[in-house]
Design a protein around this ligand. Structure first.
Ligand SMILES: Nc1nc2c(ncn2[C@@H]2O[C@H](COP(=O)(O)OP(=O)(O)O)[C@@H](O)[C@H]2O)c(=O)[nH]1
Ligand SMILES: [Mg+2]
Length: 227
């Protein structure tokens, strides 16, 4: 890579960060909390949103990021929420979302009456963590089927997030997994991280998840939440 290329990459990232700040401030001024859900494929992001739609009284909208298909957006619509799908496949198949795409999506979404805007980022634990998309909260969803070591192997996602949701806890009896060890590994990477354990299947831990969302929203509206 020559020096010109490095300069270009820096410029793109600087521009992304500037747009991300604009998105974050704009949504804050509208009283909308944006949560960026990042994870490996299949950790349960869409299931968690579907369950939250059924249980919560919060008004939510979801931007879905996928390389191909509108399958997740269709699930979200079936759950009774509004959805907007971003597919990166036709534009080179990027494995992450960028702030500019969220800003463009927001131009087309009617945000009036929305409390929480979930962004379901493209499924992988690497690239999404490198791009600030303007969320107030970055959250990693880590299912217990993925093993204890993932926070150590993919530290950036955990370092750049405020919340880790340990999902699929209903599967505990079927696995040789130590949740205390997962927690220890998360804390080693990011001691400040809030950790919630839950199961979208049997519903355990969802009360704490809903309270977390409610108080994060209240904090944002009091203008107290730090980006
Ligand atoms: N046992 C169990 N399975 C779950 C749970 N949440 C999601 N799943 C399953 O995991 C698979 C992937 O879920 P999905 O929500 O599509 O994951 P995403 O790719 O992160 O959006 C599906 O077969 C879900 O039914 C859970 O809490 N417990
Ligand atoms: Mg999904």
């Amino acid at each position: 890579m020559d020096k010109t290329e490095i300069k270009v990459m820096k410029k793109i990232l600087n521009l992304n960060d500037r747009i991300a700040d604009e998105v974050r401030n704009e949504l804050r001024s509208r009283g909308i909390l944006m949560i960026n859900l990042m994870s490996s494929p299949g950790s349960g992001k869409t299931s968690l949103i579907e369950k939250t739609a059924v249980l919560g009284s919060l008004r939510m909208f979801v931007i879905e990021g996928d390389i191909q298909t509108t399958l997740d957006a269709e699930r979200i619509l079936n759950a009774g929420l509004g959805a907007y799908q971003i597919n990166t496949g036709p534009f080179g198949g990027d494995c992450h979302l960028e702030a500019g795409w969220i800003r463009s999506a927001l131009d087309e979404i009617n945000t009036s009456g929305i409390d929480i805007l979930f962004v379901e980022n493209i499924g992988n634990l690497v690239c999404p963590a490198e791009f600030d998309i303007g969320a107030h909260i970055n959250a990693v969803v880590l299912s217990i089927t993925e093993g204890e070591d993932k926070p150590l192997k993919y530290p950036l996602a955990f370092r750049n997030s405020q919340l880790c949701v340990i999902s699929k806890t209903d599967l505990m009896p079927h696995l040789k997994i130590n949740i205390k060890k997962i927690r220890k590994n998360i804390e080693q990477i990011n001691p400040e991280m809030t950790i919630l354990e839950l199961s979208a299947q049997d519903g355990s831990g969802l009360d704490k998840w809903l309270s977390y969302l409610q108080s994060a929203l209240e904090n944002l509206r009091k203008n107290a939440l730090k980006p």
